[in-house]
Design a protein around this ligand. Structure first.
Ligand SMILES: Cc1cc2nc3c(=O)[nH]c(=O)nc-3n(C[C@H](O)[C@H](O)[C@H](O)COP(=O)(O)OP(=O)(O)OC[C@H]3O[C@@H](n4cnc5c(N)ncnc54)[C@H](O)[C@@H]3O)c2cc1C
Length: 494
């Protein structure tokens, strides 16, 4: 039977859920506080430059393709997904430059010629990462973690029997040290903890699954930049009959007892059979439900949000032949950097700098002779009132310029033709993310996978969650899966 469904938020997880529910013949409306769709995955166009605001690297593209096929559409008609020729160029403080070629023989040869590690160590490591993926993906990514049926198939039983192999009892850093001896390679693979906003010196080695995803499944870009995904999902949603109300913040989720009856916006009460919250779980409980009492609300408020980011969008008059579309300039002391981020909660004194230049593959993203630099460092999740006071952005900007000059030889300070910045407080303000976290809650302990909000509320009948702070977590493929799991659970509600 067709249900009236309100989706709060048009982030990628909200769009994924809305599309599936509309395809299943429900009457779906998305309420978005901003003037356009996308949440963290939006776009800035200024002075001839275009920037992706948040995500820049696509992994597990099959998750997106499956969504289009579910809707009866051919993905290439909406999106051009291409494999990166170089996953990332890594610059180290000692002058080493390492290319993460997606061709593993070539990457292994690069490691052998420039570091003290070997082809065999790489192969052994990637086999180990694949084992973790094979054992965990079905349960922890593709299924509803909270349904008994998830644990009663052969694959799940295999995982339960082989639990030690998912390597949850040591940290990512400890595991990586057991495979490699060269500090530069350990740092390279430790970096994957940041793909879900965690600390490699605290998070379980199970997260080495991310290295498998990037090196064995691949790293991808979208023609036209990552915002093409938002545009494509929005177009698909409209085609399938999803209605959108922009500039319409939802002020509360209305309940009678524990039954959800609708949502409240400035335009009044909107009766709904089902509400899907794509808003951050923390604000769904605290602001939208006014709930600080139920077990789930209390549990969530005790969790640690993932790290945040400080991003400079810089239009630069340069032809940076030394840089790739994705480049990393590593810090000299990675442990200290994560202590500053997660323990001291300050901007790193010597940050690892990530530079993403989409105009290298989408020339329309910058005027001729120029490039669009997305310069990002990891930042602590912000607990300040605006987040700006305790972050010395100007001095960090100078540190970044000096480091780019020292490591790559490019002195960009006088070459900037457009610039804006996004702080953790801006992320919180623009997307509603708790403390500006970019991947929901951190996975800094081995229970994190089980602590994330389930896609269906146990307490409020009719309330579902889709997005980076719910199961299975943050990052593009996972939030698309989150929308899928929420929609599948709606289908099961009597
Ligand atoms: C700087 C940065 C870099 C990143 N890099 C990558 C990357 O390279 N690869 C990758 O895979 N992922 C990356 N991510 C993570 C990825 O962008 C997110 O996991 C994903 O986009 C989040 O989607 P979501 O569905 O959780 O919704 P969000 O993007 O969080 O959107 C939620 C939406 O809900 C709306 N909303 C909230 N409250 C209300 C309300 N009360 N009423 C109405 N609307 C409301 C918000 O306005 C927003 O539009 C990055 C993120 C950031 C910020």
């Amino acid at each position: 039977m067709s249900k009236k469904i309100s989706v709060i938020g048009s982030g990628l997880g909200g769009l994924s859920a809305a599309i599936r529910l509309a395809v299943s013949e429900h009457d779906v409306t998305v309420y978005e506080k901003n003037s356009a769709a996308g949440g963290k995955a939006r776009s800035i166009s200024q002075s001839g430059f275009r920037f992706d605001t948040g995500p820049s690297l696509l992994t597990m593209p099959f998750v997106i393709e499956e969504l289009f096929r579910f809707a009866g559409e051919d993905p290439p008609e909406y999106l051009t997904i291409r494999k990166l020729e170089n996953l990332c160029r890594y610059f180290y403080p000692d002058g080493t430059i390492l290319n993460a070629w997606p061709d593993l023989n070539r990457f292994a040869a690069e490691i052998e010629s420039k570091t003290t590690d070997s082809k065999e160590s790489l192969q052994k490591y990637l086999d180990y990462c694949k084992t973790i993926y094979d054992l965990t993906a079905d349960i922890f990514l593709f299924s509803d973690l909270y349904s008994a049926s998830t644990y009663t198939n052969t694959k799940a039983l295999k995982t339960l029997f082989k639990l030690p192999k998912i390597d949850s009892m040591r940290t990512m850093n400890e595991a990586n040290r057991s495979f490699f001896k060269d500090e530069r390679i350990i740092q390279l693979f430790n970096r994957y903890a940041t793909y879900n906003g965690s600390d490699p010196y605290q998070c379980p080695a199970t997260l080495n699954i991310i290295s498998h995803v990037e090196y064995s499944i691949g790293g991808y870009y979208l023609e036209g930049g990552m915002f093409s995904l938002t545009k494509a999902l929005f177009a698909l949603a409209e085609k399938k009959g999803v209605k959108f109300r922009f500039n319409t913040p939802v002020t509360s989720i209305v309940t009678e007892g524990t039954e959800v009856t609708g949502i409240q916006t400035a335009d009044g009460f909107i009766k709904s059979d089902i509400v899907i919250s794509n808003a951050d779980v923390y604000s769904t409980y605290g602001k939208l439900l006014g709930d600080n009492k139920t077990r789930a609300a209390k549990k969530y408020s005790r969790l640690e949000p993932s790290s945040s980011a400080l991003v400079f969008y810089m239009g630069v008059e340069i032809d940076s032949k030394n840089l790739e579309a994705h480049s990393i300039l590593f810090s000299a002391d990675y442990k200290k950097e994560f202590d500053e981020l997660f323990t001291k909660k300050i901007l790193p004194s010597d940050p690892t700098i990530y530079i993403y230049i989409s105009s290298k593959f989408s020339p329309g993203d910058a005027p001729k002779g120029m490039e669009n630099w997305f310069v990002m460092i990891n930042a602590p999740n912000s607990s300040g009132t605006t987040g700006k006071e305790h972050l010395s952005i100007d001095s960090t900007r100078n540190v970044i310029f000096e480091k780019i000059k020292a490591v790559t030889g490019y002195d960009i300070a006088g070459k900037i033709r457009y610039e804006s910045v996004m702080t953790p407080a801006d992320i919180e303000e623009q997307t509603g993310s708790w403390k500006g976290s970019i991947y929901g809650i951190s996975s800094n302990n081995c229970k994190a996978a089980f602590l994330r909000q389930a896609n269906k509320s146990r307490h409020y009948r009719g309330l579902y969650f889709a997005g980076g702070s719910a199961h299975p977590g943050g990052g593009i493929p996972l939030v698309i899966l989150s929308g899928k799991l929420a929609a599948e659970l709606v289908a099961k509600q009597k």
